[in-house]
Design a protein around this ligand. Structure first.
Ligand SMILES: NC(=O)c1ccc[n+]([C@@H]2O[C@H](COP(=O)([O-])OP(=O)(O)OC[C@H]3O[C@@H](n4cnc5c(N)ncnc54)[C@H](OP(=O)(O)O)[C@@H]3O)[C@@H](O)[C@H]2O)c1
Length: 300
C-alpha cells in the first residue's frame, strides 16, 4: 500500500487557517495536520520529527506549510525548516502566512497585466503607493512591486514611524528600496496621491483608504488594485469584480482591478503550488517569489 500524502501545517497563530486546510485537501494532500502556537525555535525539532519517520519514499509524500500573520517570521521559519533537513530526508516547504504571499503575487501580476494591456508599459520607474503596506499582504506586495521596478512608498494610516519601520525591516531583508509615507494626515496623503501612478490597497478588510475626492487628485494614476473584498471597497469606485475597467471619478485612463479578480488568480496560484510541492521529486522552497513567477505566467 502506498503511503498517503501528509501535509504538516506549522503556525505561530492559535489556529491553522481553514482556507489553507481546504486548499491542501483540494490539491490532493490526503492528510493535513496543524500545529499551532509554534515558536521559531521549535521548527527544527518538528521538521526532523516529520522527515525521519517515513523512509526515503515516504518523505517524498510529506510536505510542510508555514502559516501565521508575520511575513518575515514565516520566511525565517522556512529557512530554519530547510536547514533542519538531512539529505536524503528533505521535503518541500511552502510559506504563505494568511495567504499573504499568494495574494501579493496575484495582486502585483494583475497590476502588471493591467498596465500592459491599458498603457503598454511595465512597472519600471512608476510611483506606487501601498496603503496598508505594513501588514503581511502589503509587505510582500511592496517588495514584489519594488523588485518589478516601481518606486514604492509604504503608506501607514497609523504614523510615518510605522511606515518607516516596515520599510527599514523589509528593505534590508530583501535588498529593495522602499520609502515611507504618512497616511495619518489627510494633507500628506493627498500630496502622495498627486504623484502616484499606481495604488495598491492592501489595508485591513472593510476599510476605505482612498475616497472619491482624494482619488480625483491623482492625475498621473494608471492602475488601482484593491484586495479588500469586504464593503466598502478599499478604493472608491473599484468594484470587487473589476478586472481592468475604468474607474468612475478617477483621471481618464485609470483602470481598476478588484478583490475578486485578484482572488481568482491567488486561488489558482496557491492551488498549483500545493500540487507542485506534492508532485515534485525535488524538495522545493516556495514563498512569494515562486508565487509571483507563477502568477506572471498565468496572466501572460
Ligand atoms: N482578495 C484576496 O484574495 C485576499 C486574500 C487575503 C487577504 N486579502 C485582503 O488583503 C488585505 C490585507 O490583508 P492583511 O492580512 O495584510 O491585513 P491586516 O494585517 O489586517 O491589515 C493591513 C494593514 O491595514 C492597516 N490598517 C488597519 N486599520 C486601518 C484603518 N482603519 N484604516 C486604514 N488602514 C488600516 C494597518 O496598517 P497601518 O496601521 O500601518 O496603516 C495594517 O497593517 C485585507 O483586506 C484582506 O481581507 C485578500
Amino acid at each position: 500500500m502506498s503511503k498517503p500524502y501528509v501535509l504538516h501545517i506549522l503556525t505561530p497563530g492559535k489556529n491553522v487557517s481553514p482556507f489553507d486546510v481546504n486548499m491542501a485537501y483540494d490539491a490532493g494532500w490526503q492528510a493535513v495536520h496543524g500545529y499551532c502556537g509554534i515558536d521559531a525555535n521549535e521548527i527544527t525539532g518538528l521538521v526532523q520529527d516529520a522527515i525521519f519517520s517515513r523512509g526515503p519514499k515516504g518523505v517524498k509524500r510529506t510536505g510542510i506549510f508555514i502559516g501565521g500573520r508575520d511575513a518575515g517570521l514565516s520566511m525565517d521559519m522556512l529557512q530554519t525548516a530547510r536547514e533542519a533537513m538531512v539529505p536524503p530526508f528533505e521535503v518541500s516547504v511552502f510559506a504563505d502566512p494568511s495567504g499573504a504571499f499568494t495574494t501579493a503575487a496575484a495582486l502585483v501580476a494583475k497590476v502588471e497585466q493591467a498596465l500592459h494591456v491599458a498603457h503598454h508599459m511595465g512597472m519600471d520607474d512608476l510611483r506606487c503607493l501601498v496603503f496598508g503596506g505594513t501588514g503581511p499582504v502589503g509587505t510582500a506586495a511592496a517588495v514584489l512591486a519594488a523588485k518589478a521596478g516601481a518606486h514604492v512608498t509604504i503608506v501607514s494610516h497609523s504614523s510615518l514611524d510605522a511606515a518607516q519601520a516596515a520599510c527599514d525591516t523589509n528593505s534590508d531583508r530583501y535588498g529593495v528600496r522602499l520609502d515611507a509615507g504618512d497616511g495619518s494626515r489627510p494633507e500628506r496623503k493627498r500630496e502622495l496621491l498627486h504623484e502616484a501612478d499606481l495604488i495598491l490597497a492592501v489595508a485591513k478588510a472593510g476599510v476605505e483608504v482612498v475616497g472619491l475626492d482624494d482619488l480625483a487628485l491623482a492625475r498621473r494614476l494608471k492602475v488601482v488594485a484593491d484586495v479588500n473584498a469586504v464593503p466598502p471597497a478599499g478604493v472608491s469606485g473599484v468594484a470587487p469584480h473589476a478586472d481592468g475597467v475604468a474607474i468612475a471619478g478617477a483621471v481618464e485612463g485609470a483602470i481598476g482591478v478588484g478583490a475578486l479578480a485578484v482572488g481568482a488568480l491567488k486561488y489558482r496560484v496557491q492551488h498549483e503550488l500545493l500540487i507542485q510541492m506534492r508532485e515534485s521529486d525535488q524538495a522545493l522552497d516556495l514563498h512569494f517569489g515562486q508565487a509571483f513567477e507563477m502568477a506572471r505566467r498565468y496572466v501572460q
